[in-house]
Design a protein around this ligand. Structure first.
Ligand code: SF4
Length: 371
């Protein structure tokens, strides 16, 4: 029987050590290997010049390194957003996006990678192109991590900066907001995030990693108990169950009366202030009354609201509201004492909305989204 391949990026530091020892090498070689993967951005075993040739050959035979193949690579007109459609080993596809922010509040440049955690998504939010593709499978930890490593390598080889810290790290933030519901792939996401966060891995601070969820309450409570302390974003989009049920089927299982206490629990356990994402859809959830309901729902909670406009959607039923409408909505929230910001979606010229590039690719190639 064929042996299962060992995917290097799936392994934590202990598992990597165990592999190295199994291959007949001293355990410290695992640290060298991790350095090459996560710090020096190697893309092949051949580059790992301080590892003995024999060991590299054994690795080549025993382990799989990178598996993602870029199929499409699109850069927005302003050059600030880059979206890649990756093909996985089994032929499935996912999207990842790199976003550059030059003028941030901190005065430092920000480079954010938005990654996928599943092929398709089981949550079936009605406005989302990914949700309409159905669910295919969870990503392995390595497939989640590799999206980040791909962009780190890309930046290190193509972008220069005077900022030494920025040059060393290449990216500053990761958001788990691409295709899929991260909390529905809990174990694999946790493993990937631990490697992103760990000294052994990418060494990205927990504050620099944001997990976005549609509201899986039990997993959210479980996440609060972990020592990960990630930034949390909740896709709210409506402040009453009636309206949220229309937009997001998950709300029928975990209504607001369960979701909001779980968010407060997360805040209490981690000290991280949750951000509620609210995408405005013309004539659906963007009225003064909707703003008042949102204020009522969130009053007294230490949180922020991210009002999103310009978000491309899965159907004509959900057209984005205008910026002017968003500004009125914002005023109502401020009047109700709710801290909020407006985010205008980026990369709309390159189908940067979640699942849009893949949907177009599936159409162009006559492929089926779900096997
Ligand atoms: S919005 Fe997020 S959770 Fe909802 S279907 Fe799309 S990818 Fe899944």
């Amino acid at each position: 029987m064929d042996k299962e391949p060992v995917y290097l990026l799936d392994l934590n530091s202990e598992e990597l050590k165990a592999l190295v020892v199994t291959l007949g090498e001293k355990a410290y070689r695992a640290d060298q290997l991790a350095q090459w993967i996560y710090k020096k951005s190697a893309v092949s075993f051949d580059e790992m010049s301080d590892l003995p040739q024999g060991f590299r050959s054994k690795l080549q035979e025993a382990a799989v390194f990178f598996t993602l193949k870029p199929l499409e690579d699109k850069i927005s007109c302003d050059g600030q957003t880059r979206k890649i459609l990756f093909q996985l080993e089994d032929g499935q596809t996912i999207e990842s996006t790199l976003m550059f922010y030059e003028n941030t509040n901190s005065g430092r440049e920000r480079r954010t990678v938005c990654i996928s955690t599943q092929v398709g998504c089981p949550m079936a939010c009605h406005f989302c192109a990914t949700g309409q593709q159905g669910f295919v499978r969870n990503l392995r930890p390595g497939e989640i991590l590799e999206q980040v490593l791909y962009f780190i390598h890309l930046i290190k080889t193509t972008v220069t900066t005077e900022d030494r810290e920025l040059a060393r790290k290449a990216i500053t933030n990761v958001v788990l907001m691409g295709m899929g519901e991260p909390l529905a792939n809990y174990e694999n996401v946790r493993t990937a995030v631990q490697t992103l966060n760990s000294k052994y891995g990418v060494e990205l601070g927990a504050r620099q990693i944001t997990l976005s969820t549609s509201g899986l309450v039990p997993q959210l409570r479980r996440l609060a108990e972990e020592s990960l302390h990630l930034e949390l974003a909740i896709s709210l989009h409506a402040a009453t169950d009636d309206l949220r049920n229309r937009l997001m089927p998950v709300n029928r299982k975990y209504p607001l009366a369960e979701l909001i206490p779980a968010c407060i629990y997360y805040l209490e356990k981690t000290g991280r202030r949750p951000t509620f994402e609210y995408a405005l859809f013309e004539g659906i959830n963007d009225s003064a009354e909707n703003a008042r309901e949102t204020t009522e729902l969130l009053k007294g909670i230490n949180c922020a609201v991210n009002i999103i406009v310009g978000n491309p959607t899965a159907s004509n039923e959900f057209r984005s509201s205008s910026l002017a409408k968003a500004q009125i909505f914002q005023k109502h929230l401020f009047a109700g004492g709710i801290f909020n910001t407006i985010r205008v979606s980026r990369g709309t010229d390159i189908e940067a909305g979640c699942g849009q590039l893949k949907s177009r690719w599936l159409k162009d190639t006559n492929s089926q989204p779900v096997k």
